[in-house]
Design a protein around this ligand. Structure first.
Ligand SMILES: Cc1ncc(COP(=O)(O)O)c(C=O)c1O
Length: 415
């Protein structure tokens, strides 16, 4: 049965596309709950990479020979496919392939921020930003004399929107905000924030690393000026990220990296820049990864992003309910029944998250433990680290039950 016909995911069928899920450790089949870090890669995407190297591999935009032409067409078309996936009507011109979300953030911070920001400007972030955005804007602010301000996160893990309205002012040049928090699971009101930013002639950069892979995202409905995400969190390969930017802004921006591919005309004195998006893709680009990312978009769309969102939300709610039944587990972020992304961060009383994670590993349950690249947020939460279970299309309620039972083992061990 095709997924398109049913309300729920045919998870058993989907799992066949992911042979890695059959791996066993100590006789236990792996329960992979670290999807917010990296998702697994389905066979059609693995096949696309292998097929590219078997049949089409060549450098792009440089050869007049048949292989180079085929590789170039596939690579360019991949930009259009990604544009379609996030509703960017400017197609390939608005889609820059980078290495990951982090590089997309740095691209804008350096190419736009370094040139446009000054001591009178403010960059508004949130207290729940990932280091990819927080550290990047902090450092660019230091270089330019600009000031970073942070929208407060309330006790319930949501943004204090009154505070947002207070600190986004005519001095704000950039609002950089995470769409779905990788620590709290909070889904931020990015289109409302975009309206506030635009009312003050500021740009808005949306970190879509935890939203684009997991729910329908339409950049034009949000009215994001920039949006970033990573291929390896959405059933695609590592080594590729995406920067979406509105065409007129990308056109005005200076390049980020210099070299081959990104130029139009070069003399001993100067150079002029290539058309979008190639102006921002210096050197030999991420050809195989880009083509495979387009395949991942097909794969996810074939399942249906709404269905994926619903599936993950149900698993997250189920996990929250299970964990909250225990008096000794603290969970973070929006409470049961409130909208959240497909992840749950938590701590078991008196057991450090790292210890918990390694005990779960004994039962082949893979979760993440640490600060999840949100150290200032963890400081605010009053804990050095948390454990995080994060879900994707192939996870099941039975796997959540295994997680809960492995947590119980840890509880016994430390009792
Ligand atoms: C919200 C968020 N932003 C940014 C990143 C950085 O992604 P990457 O490591 O692929 O650059 C991550 C992933 O770790 C994330 O969860």
């Amino acid at each position: 049965m095709g997924h398109a016909e049913s309300e729920v995911l045919d998870v058993e069928r989907l799992r066949e596309d992911f042979p890695i899920l059959q791996r066993e450790f100590g006789g236990e089949q792996v329960v992979y709950l670290d999807n917010a870090a990296t998702t697994q890669t389905p066979e059609p995407v693995v096949e696309t990479i292998a097929d590219y190297y078997r049949t089409t591999n060549a450098n792009v935009h440089r050869g007049l020979h048949q292989l180079s032409q085929e590789a170039s067409v596939a690579y360019e078309d991949a930009h259009d496919r990604v544009a379609e996936f996030i509703g960017a009507s400017g197609e390939r011109e608005e889609i820059v392939f980078t290495k990951n979300t982090t590089e997309s953030e740095n691209l804008v911070a350096y190419a736009w921020g370094l040139n446009e920001l000054g001591p009178e400007d403010e960059v508004v972030l949130t207290e729940m930003e990932h280091h990819a955005s927080l550290v990047t804007w902090q450092q660019i602010a230091k270089k330019t004399g600009a000031t970073c301000r942070y929208i407060r996160v309330d006790e319930d893990g949501t943004l204090d929107m009154d505070h947002a309205r207070e600190i986004i002012t005519d001095d704000t040049a950039m609002v950089s905000v995470v769409h779905v928090s990788n620590t709290l699971g909070t889904v931020n009101p990015v289109s409302e924030l975009a309206d506030i930013a635009h009312d003050h002639d500021s740009y808005i950069f949306v970190d879509g690393a935890q939203s684009v892979p997991n729910r329908p995202v339409d950049v034009e409905a949000i009215d994001a000026d920039f949006l970033a995400f990573s291929g390896h969190k959405m059933a695609g390969p590592t080594g590729i990220g995406v920067l979406y930017g509105k065409k007129h802004i990308l056109e005005e921006m200076e390049p980020y990296l210099y070299g081959g591919e990104m130029i139009k005309k070069v003399t001993f004195e100067d150079a002029s820049w290539n058309d979008l998006p190639w102006k921002f893709e210096a050197g030999t680009p991420v050809i195989a990864q880009g083509i495979a990312l387009a395949e991942a978009c097909d794969y996810l769309d074939n399942i249906g992003m709404e269905r994926i969102q619903r599936h993950e939300e149900q698993l997250a709610q189920y996990t929250l309910e299970q964990l909250r039944e225990e008096g000794d587990v603290e969970t973070y972020g929006p409470s049961v029944g409130t909208e959240r992304g497909g992840l749950v961060s938590f701590n078991l009383d008196s057991v450090h998250a790292h210890d918990l994670s390694s005990i779960l590993n004994d039962s082949a349950v893979a979760i993440r433990a640490g600060d999840h690249c949100t150290q200032p947020l963890h400081d605010k939460m009053g804990v050095p680290a948390s454990a995080r279970a994060s879900f994707y299309i192939y996870n099941t309620r039975e796997e959540v039950d295994k997680l809960v039972s492995a947590i119980d083992d840890a509880r016994q061990l430390f009792a």
